[in-house]
Ligand binder design. Structure first.
Ligand code: NAD
Length: 493
């Protein structure tokens, strides 16, 4: 199968199980372009039967994959990276029509993805463990890192192409095999196109499997993941709301879970911040992919002495962003993913305005496009400013502060803990605040969304746990202790 999306002609997709494109007797469901409502794909609506077959295939492929020589694995990963680069333009098109991603966002994901594949190619050569000194004469103890077995992954629809690689690739690189359940909103860019790429690269059958499902039918597949003894870890990227449901299931099944969840990512602009640089960083950090990325900035705390200049400059820059069909390479702001997303943003904007907030720009929708919106003077009880619930769209709140410690406490007053930024010319002031931030990530003089393939992205508190990049070795391997005794033991009885 080759996923190519022509305007007006829908692709028909199937599951990918044990190296075969198969739809068994699955019915299909429509995947639509959020910009114009056109059907871009008819995707297979799988369930329990397909999930069971996929888990069985991954379990059967595991021993050989775990034992494969590091050089063999490296060759496959490097080939996959080259295929990603070769298919750049097709992937841009796919992400635009399926997820409303601008070229700026899809190219960013493609670069990160091939970089991560190339990095992961070498991980098979990492030291396999340690030798530990024993107090018992004649005993040698070794600790070896072993893969877990089958890792089942859930991918989200947003940033789907890169995040699905993260879901597949990190477990595979450490010797696990995988089954992926992509988001029903973007099954191609959240999993199926990866299967095509890994198949072409020559990954053995069963090492990765993809099962898609219709809206509202995720549970039939995820139940299989939790019930199967072969599945040793659930790798989930998505919202904290879904994570709470699945986390309860993981608790009952005693399954290890990796959780990459949402955030309410603040930026603090100190009085010595470079204002022009801050305007650029905040525009990118808040409005990349229409604010539908876990690490987008949601609230900016600005020293009152630079507040007005910053707000005026930011508003002008945001107003200049081109809005429209993301297939146009000049467009930065495309559609939100669905009507529910538009409603959430609109309700939060109206709630803030009703309470007396000032609208600096935005506040209107046209179809699924919501203008990038900036609010100032937002009363403390407005939903969009409390930090209690992630706002997932192009809405940014700006607040002036007189005292940095008060602003810092307010910025921390959220159940989330994913990313934060501090803009300052004074490195030591920045580091002082950075050290105290209760987040998985903090940047000084960069946007809250400053990803690189090698960086260990992940959160604390309600933003989840687990890290990407090389540090994912902690999530997708376990330690096995082996001792060898060469002298008779001394026993108390
Ligand atoms: P979501 O939680 O709705 O869905 C995520 C996955 O869970 C999808 O595959 C979906 O089909 C599945 N799912 C949803 N409900 C389910 C259920 N009841 N049973 C089984 N599976 C179910 O999230 P989304 O809307 O796809 O993605 C956006 C969210 O993900 C945001 O909160 C965003 O911040 C977060 N996110 C976090 C990161 C990160 O790295 N920290 C990255 C991207 C997205």
């Amino acid at each position: 199968m080759t996923i190519t999306v022509e305007q007006g002609s829908a692709t028909v997709t199937t599951h990918f199980i044990n190296g075969e494109w198969t739809d068994a007797e699955s019915p299909t469901f429509a995947v639509t372009n959020p910009f114009n409502g056109e059907v871009v794909a008819e995707a297979a609506a799988g369930g329990r039967r397909e999930a069971e077959a996929a888990v069985a295939a991954a379990a059967a492929a595991y021993p050989a994959w775990a034992a494969l020589a590091p050089g063999e694995r490296q060759r496959l990963f490097l080939k996959a990276a080259d295929i990603v680069d070769r298919r750049h333009e097709e992937l841009v098109e796919l992400m635009a029509v399926e997820g409303g991603a601008s070229r700026a966002f899809s190219s960013f994901q493609i670069r990160l993805s091939s970089a991560m594949l190339r990095q992961a190619a070498g991980w098979g050569y990492l030291p396999a463990g340690d030798v530990i000194r024993s107090d018992i004469p004649g005993r040698t103890a070794t600790v070896t890192r072993k893969p877990l077995g089958v890792v089942a992954g859930f991918t989200p629809w947003n940033g789907a192409f890169y995040l699905a690689w993260r879901t597949f690739l990190l477990p595979l690189a450490f010797g696990n095999t995988t089954v992926i359940k992509p988001s029903e909103l973007a099954p191609m860019s959240a999993g199926l196109v990866h299967a095509e790429i890994l198949e072409e690269a020559g990954f053995p059958a069963g090492t990765f499997n993809v099962v898609t499902h219709a809206p509202g039918e995720a549970a039939a597949i995820s139940d299989v993941f939790f019930e199967s003894p072969a599945v040793r870890c659930i790798n989930f990227t998505g919202s904290d709301k879904t994570a709470r449901i699945l986390g309860a299931q993981a608790g009952r099944a005693l399954k290890r879970m990796v959780l990459e969840l949402g955030g309410f990512n603040p930026v603090i602009l100190l009085d010595d911040a470079d204002i022009d640089e801050s305007i650029k960083a905040v525009t990118f950090g808040a409005f990349l992919h229409q604010g539908q990325v876990c690490m987008n900035s949601r609230k900016i705390y600005v020293d009152r002495s630079i507040h007005d200049e910053f707000v005026a400059g930011l508003t002008a820059r945001v107003k200049s962003l081109k809005i429209g069909d993301p297939r146009d390479p000049e467009v930065i702001i495309g559609p939100l993913i669905n009507e529910r997303a538009v409603q959430q943003i609109d309700e939060r904007v109206q709630d803030a305005l009703n309470r007396g907030a000032t609208l600096e720009t935005g506040g209107h929708s046209d179809g699924l496009i919501y203008e990038p919106t900036i609010l100032t003077h937002v009363p403390a009880d407005a939903i969009c400013t409390t930090g209690a619930d992630e706002t997932f769209g192009p809405l940014l709140v700006i607040e002036a502060f007189d005292d940095v410690e008060t602003a810092f406490r307010a910025a921390q007053d959220t159940p989330y803990g994913l990313s934060a930024s501090i803009m300052t010319r004074d490195r030591s002031r920045g580091l002082d605040l950075a050290e105290r931030f209760d987040t998985g990530i903090v940047h000084i003089n960069a946007p809250t969304m400053a990803s690189e393939a090698a960086l260990p992205v992940g959160g604390v508190k309600d933003s989840g746990w687990g890290r990407s990049g090389l540090y994912a070795i902690e999530d997708f391997t376990e330690l096995r202790l082996t001792t060898v005794s060469s002298k008779p033991g001394r026993y108390p009885f």
